[in-house]
Design a protein. Structure first.
Length: 500
């Protein structure tokens, strides 16, 4: 019997009423295992209404109340991490160890939310004028929403709703319809921890649900992670409707390898960063820029390592890389490899046509490695979001830096070198929001913020960390004067308020 994933509204399961469902496949077999209910406008409105009603009390709740529930949620999430990882593997396809890592990175933000009382401390200046004090405080926005991608069905929602809820907001989550089960399980665990009904709601769907959330007058802010074209649309549409927006887009992350680098370490890093989670990461390294004469040696060492990667079902402990999310996406990724030679690249490894015995209908693709890729090639210009690594050549650091900075994306980047001066120069000169020095995937820890530059981010705020707290709250400044009991009334003064 096919499993059905329904909405979570007002603290309980809400069966889909629109009559429209989307298929959820097991990427390892290609079989449809689940149907997910797609929300109508009315169902989205019901979720927002539940959140709005819950905000009346949750927005006024004490920090002690909020953090007590968050600590219980953290304990439950930790206890159920294997279960959540299994849901991720079943619907996304990534190997179990990678799914566990995703949950662990989500837990970091729950940790941050548990300590929100420190983040929400205000400021006070006393005696700015005679008996005048000025204080700054931060208050929640109201109902906020998150629209999250398929590649991290637990981690990215956990980057959003725990922090938003800790700040006193209520939340409506619209997860990817391709792998929806993990998000519902997270909501169930939060409810079990004691979260009041309506504070966290989950609605599934397509553009109908998204557009309603972007236009709904009671939604005050929108968080999004996904591709650049959709991030631009989310930002434009939600901003036009008067909402605060953080929209994280796509990437083409470069790894610069200087001639003095440890080439074995660089090759290890390139392989793990390019092919981990089958390349379906916005922080994946998809372009290596080799400087000077090291290019041939580096490519050979990458090839040697890449050929040894074990590809298979995500629930097989022997597998190091799983399938792609859908057959359509698999075919799109393959097209970049099959067209690479005609655009001037050297195809070192061609992973198209790869299958796994006993799982021939799965969404499989093997490892691909392209060398001497021109910057005009589609494989370089586009975010492929699959296990395809492009290697480009540069004669000097300056040439490599100019190549990287010419990219319209500015999400993450890395440099591999033993030269501290070169590394320092790179971290200051490169146009990207996150930089790794001998670290291939520089995803910040939870108490620093995550976000890129240029076409990788639309909006002013990065996600989680201090930026996340500021995004989910708004500032208020209070200026106070209390008369001294000994003072007599001074009468009305129509002049400009004096500070001295």
């Amino acid at each position: 019997m096919t499993k059905i994933v329904n909405h979570w509204i007002g603290g309980k399961t809400a069966e889909g009423a629109s009559g429209t469902y989307g298929p959820v496949t097991d990427p390892a077999t290609g079989e449809v295992t689940t149907k997910v209910a797609f929300a109508s406008v009315e169902e989205v409105d019901a979720a927002v209404a539940a959140a709005k009603e819950a905000y009346l009390s949750w927005g006024q709740s004490s920090l002690a109340t909020r953090t007590a529930i968050l600590f219980k949620f953290r304990a439950l999430l930790d206890a159920h991490r294997d279960e959540i990882a299994e849901l991720i593997t079943a619907e996304h396809g990534k190997v179990h160890s990678d799914a566990l890592g995703e949950v662990a990175r989500g837990l970091e933000i729950v940790d941050l939310a548990c300590g929100i009382n420190v983040q929400l401390k205000g400021e006070l200046s006393t005696q700015v004028a005679s008996r005048v004090d000025v204080s700054s405080i931060r208050q929640p926005l109201g109902v906020v929403t998150g629209i999250t991608p398929f590649n991290f069905p637990a981690m990215v929602p956990l980057w959003m709703f725990p922090l938003a809820i800790a700040c006193g907001n209520t939340f409506v989550l619209k997860p990817s319809e391709k792998d929806p089960s993990a998000s519902v399980r997270l909501a169930e665990l939060f409810s079990e921890a004691g979260l009041p009904d309506g504070v966290l709601n989950v609605v599934h769907g397509d553009k109908v649900a998204v557009d309603r959330l972007l236009a709904h007058p009671d939604v005050k802010a929108v968080s999004f992670v996904g591709s650049t074209p959709i991030a631009r649309y989310i930002h434009t549409t939600a901003s036009a409707n008067g909402k605060r927006v953080q929209a994280l887009g796509g990437a083409k992350n470069h790894m610069l390898v200087l001639p003095d680098a440890d080439l074995d370490a660089a090759a290890d890093a390139a392989v793990s960063a390019a092919y981990g989670s089958a390349g379906e990461r916005c922080m994946a390294i998809s372009a290596v820029v080799a400087v000077g004469a090291i290019g041939d040696t580096l490519v050979e060492r990458i090839r040697e390592r890449a050929e040894k990667i074990k590809i298979g079902p995500g629930n097989d402990p022997a597998s190091e890389m799983g399938p792609l999310i859908t057959a359509t996406h698999r075919d799109k990724v393959a097209s970049y490899v099959t067209g690479a030679a005609a655009e001037g690249a050297e195809v070192v490894l061609d992973g198209t046509g790869y299958t796994v015995d006993g799982h021939e209908n799965g969404h499989w693709i093997g490892i691909s490695l392209l060398d001497r890729v021109p910057t005009t090639a589609a494989a370089y210009q586009d975010e492929i979001f699959g296990p395809v690594l492009c290697v480009l050549r540069a004669d000097t650091y300056e040439e490599a830096l100019a190549l990287i900075n010419a990219s319209p994306y500015g999400n993450g980047t890395a440099i591999f070198t033993r030269d501290g001066g070169a590394a320092r120069r790179f971290q200051l000169e490169v146009e990207a929001g996150m930089v790794g020095v001998n670290v291939p995937i520089p995803v910040p820890v939870g108490y620093h913020s995550f976000g890129g530059w240029k076409d990788s981010l639309f909006g002013d705020h990065h996600i989680y960390g201090n930026d996340g707290t500021h995004f989910y709250t708004r500032g208020k400044v209070v200026t106070t004067r209390w008369p001294d009991p000994a003072d007599a009334p001074t009468g009305v003064d129509l002049g400009f308020p004096r500070n001295h």
